[in-house]
Design a protein around this ligand. Structure first.
Ligand code: PEP
Ligand code: MN
Length: 393
């Protein structure tokens, strides 16, 4: 049941949405400590896993879950929401401050470091006073710079790890801005959580992964640890193993997974929580791969293949430039003959023919279509520029 195999026809969202403001060539200057200085996996063969209920509900529920999680010997820290940001009023908004006492007990009895979400200065104060080890900023808070700044001001001067979830909307600048605000307050034990993005599109996910945004963040700041939250991406327990494996394969540094002693009666996020023993099963089936080559022969082979990729990429770029030159010539010709830039029939013909060709070469249909669309859009942009350029006198 908990195989990390991709279920068939699992769309993963609209894909790349390159941000206009954030360029891949930029560097993000965050002063961050390695994750291992403040949170380590239980051993080198196990991924870093933070687990626990979506919400602390009762003292019994939290303590029983915490003990079972500790007993698996696979969990590095305990998570539990004490204050829950809910979309609609009247839903369970978290047990509040009393839950901190339960968290304190769970920590004392299991020895696990504990983490909770904070959304106001008061939450920060109370969590710190209760000895919470890791604070996280929730997706709704990250989307609001006022809230993030309030949290940043409250942690200023305190040596506490803070993890920042991506904002609900797919906006990399907002995510980065929140990380910068917390970092500017002197927090160097800093990490990001990738929990997916809400979208109007209906897919198999509660929040679309849009991996590209997490990858873009990692490219901008390779030192920043990114932890994946498969629970909130999936919204159901069945596909958690698949997303967890994919996150590890993309070199994310850990997982935060919701686990409840009895998910069927959980007060929040019931469909996506797993029992501690199901969690252990998921972790057992994950494969940890290394980000760096482990032996010389492998390194040599990898270097050789990378050279091949570099050579092919150079050729692709060269061919794209050639294609653009031809498109520009067509643009001039269309301008001189008063023909519109876009001819839908021609575009449809390109698309159909190349998709068929791509399929024959084992390229994914969706991928070929997206690539062609990107090329076509750029050709149209160039041709429109040519059409509207002032005629040379
Ligand atoms: C949570 O972790 O339970 C939570 C509310 O997550 P998010 O902020 O990602 O929605
Ligand atoms: Mn939750």
């Amino acid at each position: 049941m908990y195989s990390p195999q991709a279920p068939l026809s699992l769309g993963e969202g609209p894909g790349v949405r390159p941000s206009n403001e954030i360029k891949n060539t930029m560097k993000l200057n965050l002063n961050v400590q390695p994750l291992s200085t403040w949170l380590k996996p239980v051993n080198e063969n196990t991924p870093l896993v933070i687990a626990g209920p979506c919400s602390a509900e009762t003292e019994d529920q939290l303590l029983a879950t915490a003990h079972l999680l500790a007993k698996t010997g696979k969990v590095a820290a305990l998570r539990a929401g004490i204050w829950k940001p809910r979309t609609r009023p009247g839903e369970f908004e978290g047990i509040g401050s009393i839950g901190l006492e339960w968290l304190k007990r769970a920590k004392a009895e299991t020895g696990l470091p504990v983490a909770t979400e904070v959304a106001t200065a008061k939450h920060v104060e109370e969590a710190l006073a209760a000895g919470v080890d890791v604070l996280w900023v929730g997706a709704r808070s990250t989307a609001n710079p006022f809230t993030v700044q309030e949290i940043a001001d409250a942690v200023r001067g305190v040596d506490i790890p803070v993890i920042v979830k991506n904002p609900v909307n797919p906006d990399l600048s907002l995510w980065i801005g929140a990380l910068e605000r917390i970092n500017n307050a002197g927090i160097t034990k800093l990490a990001a959580i990738h929990r997916g993005f809400s979208s109007h599109e209906k897919t198999a996910f509660r929040n679309q992964p849009m991996w590209e945004l997490a990858i873009q963040l990692k490219t901008l700041c390779p030192e920043l640890p990114i932890i994946n939250d498969p629970s909130h991406i999936c919204g159901n327990r069945e596909i958690i193993p698949y997303i967890s494996q994919k996150a590890l394969d993309l070199d994310m540094q850990g997982l935060i997974i919701e686990s409840h002693i009895d998910p069927s009666i959980a007060w929040t996020d019931a469909k996506q929580q797993v029992t501690p023993s199901a969690l252990a099963d998921i972790i057992d089936h994950l494969t940890l791969r290394h980000s760096e080559a482990q032996n010389a022969e492998f390194s040599d082979k990898l270097a050789e293949l990378r050279k091949e990729i570099d050579r092919l990429d150079d050729q692709i770029i060269q061919k794209i430039a050639e294609r653009m030159n031809v498109a520009e010539k067509i643009g001039e010709y269309k301008r001189d003959n008063d023909v519109t830039v876009l001819q839908v029939n021609r575009w449809d013909e390109i698309l159909q023919k190349r998709i068929t060709f791509g399929k024959a070469l084992k390229l994914d249909e969706d991928f070929t279509a997206k690539l062609l669309e990107l090329l076509h859009n750029e050709s149209i942009r160039k041709q429109t520029e040519i059409m509207n350029a002032k005629p040379v006198a």
